[in-house]
Design a protein around this ligand. Structure first.
Ligand SMILES: [Zn+2]
Length: 496
């Protein structure tokens, strides 16, 4: 039986009701190409020498070998062009706190035009555009697919890098060093390159030619969002985009956002994430001479609470160290900010007990944690009023309607999951058990808006260097050759 989801049924779709196999036909080929492009971006530059290239073009050779060589040459040139486009995107200074969103927007518009995608700029906040591209599907009544990536990157400490982090240096081994190489300009470019291949815009082949995927028309509409400010909480980016007046009319039924690279040979996928619960605790106390001893000073008060928090941290960390839980499944706690005392002309003033001491603690709560109970714990145990303490929540946890945990189903109830899993399986690369992303991404806003979302960064055999020095995209997954995989992907394209 074939059923078709219409707009009116979208709500049901978002709740991941079992659906028919037809749903798979859009994202299956797309995912294949996403996987393929990752590998292509990591492969070494192996352009044919001039003589061979001439032969490949038929100037010095003839027959089948000449045609095959020409095709190989063309493919290699296209691979090169893709890597150069990627490097160009990486070289745009979109690091916080002053990302050059205008240059990135111009680059993205140029990409959309080359590929033939409709693009629009949505200025939800002045100077922070969202670039939304749309590839219209054959059936515009079906829920669409959203491929999201953020344009901004975290700042760099230039002197700690082997290469200029915005030069996107490509080494002889084919490695690309750049801020954003993993997080997450690579993913944004993979979406674009995959669609470029599927539309036949890069291969130089006629659209619709068999075996290349060129000329493929998706059944569902595919949207690509390039959003600002993810690295500073997404408040002026995805948080506003899902509330934008036009968002509902996009009819998004499923989304892909960022995940993490894998250090092993598998791909990692995430269906939920921990929520950041950032707390500032303030302790007040009687100021006094540094030689005196009395109870309840501000620093004593604060340190007493911090000791208790560190003990809680130890108990959670023990679960991870002993293998009883993954990091994403426990509450992490880190004291990342401390302030007390005064700085004098000669340096820190040691002989005065300060009247106030402040600590900032980064707690991360798993999706099923009881946020209200945890808030009470902070209030009663770690910032009790009777000890002259108070606290403020600098960032709360995003939950769904009625406080529901934001978890995307990864079972038969979610037809998109099944399609996703099979697509990865077919690529021959094992997929990890779906995990809880340890930090926050824009996916939380999508899930809160009712969109099933998976976090997926198809990079493997690579050290995880998000936010670290020498962020790199390695040529680790060159095992899948672009030509073979695109052929395979074309098998998934249904007859029209
Ligand atoms: Zn990111």
């Amino acid at each position: 039986m074939t059923t078709t989801m219409r707009r009116g049924e979208m709500a049901a779709d978002r709740r991941s009701k079992p659906q028919r196999s037809r749903q798979g036909v859009v994202i299956l080929p797309l995912l294949f190409v996403l996987l393929v492009v990752t590998c292509a971006s990591q492969s070494q530059h192996t352009l044919l020498p001039v003589a061979e290239a001439a032969e490949a073009r038929g100037e010095g050779g003839s027959g089948f070998a000449g045609v095959a060589a020409a095709a190989a040459q063309e493919e290699e040139e296209e691979r090169e062009a893709a890597i150069e486009r990627f490097r160009k995107y990486l070289s745009i200074h979109t690091e916080q706190p002053k990302p050059n969103y205008e240059e990135a927007a111009a680059f993205l518009f140029a990409q959309a035009e080359e590929i033939g995608l409709k693009a629009q700029r949505i200025d939800l906040v002045p100077g922070k555009p969202v670039i939304l591209m749309t590839w219209q599907g054959k059936d515009t009544q079906l829920p669409s697919i959203l491929l999201n990536s953020h344009v901004d990157v975290v700042p760099v400490e230039n002197d700690k890098w082997f290469h200029d982090p915005f030069a996107a240096v490509r080494t002889a081994e084919g490695n690309v060093y750049a801020r954003g190489a993993q997080d997450m300009k690579s993913v944004g470019m993979q979406y674009l390159e995959a669609i470029r291949v599927l539309r036949g815009k890069g291969s130089g082949k006629e659209a619709g030619e068999a075996g290349t995927g060129a000329g493929f028309e998706p059944l569902r509409t595919v949207h690509l969002s390039f959003v600002p400010d993810e690295e500073i909480g997404g408040h002026d980016g995805m948080e506003k985009l899902v509330k934008w007046e036009g968002f509902d009319s996009l009819g998004v039924g499923f989304a892909l956002d960022e995940g993490l690279p894998s250090e092993g040979s598998d791909y990692k996928v995430f269906n939920a994430e921990r929520g950041g619960f950032w707390v500032m605790i303030t302790a007040k106390g009687k100021p006094g001479h540094g030689s005196m001893m009395y109870d309840g000073s501000a620093t004593e008060n604060l340190i007493r609470s911090l000791n208790a928090i560190l003990e809680f941290r130890r108990s959670q960390f023990e679960l991870v160290k002993s293998g009883k839980a993954e990091l994403g499944e426990v509450i992490s706690a880190n004291v990342d900010f401390l302030r007390a005392g005064k700085e004098g002309p000669q340096g820190p003033v040691i002989n005065v007990q300060p009247s106030e001491a402040v600590a900032g603690i980064d707690f991360r709560l798993p999706p099923t944690a009881d946020v209200e109970a945890f808030r009470r714990r902070v209030e009663v145990e770690w910032a009790p009023e009777h000890r002259n303490m108070s606290f403020a929540v600098a960032q709360g946890v995003v939950r769904g309607k009625g406080g529901k945990p934001l978890i995307t189903a990864v079972d038969d109830s979610n037809p998109y999951w099944d399609v996703f899993r099979k697509a990865v399986e077919k690529s021959g690369v094992p997929l990890s058990k779906p995990g809880i992303f340890v930090a926050s991404t824009d996916a939380r806003y999508l899930r809160a808006a009712g969109v099933p979302t998976l976090g997926f960064t198809p990079i493997r055999n690579t050290p995880v260097l998000l936010h670290a020095h020498n962020e790199i995209l390695r040529r680790g997954c060159a095992v899948l050759s672009i030509s073979i995989s695109i052929s395979i992907s074309s098998f998934a394209i249904p007859p029209s």
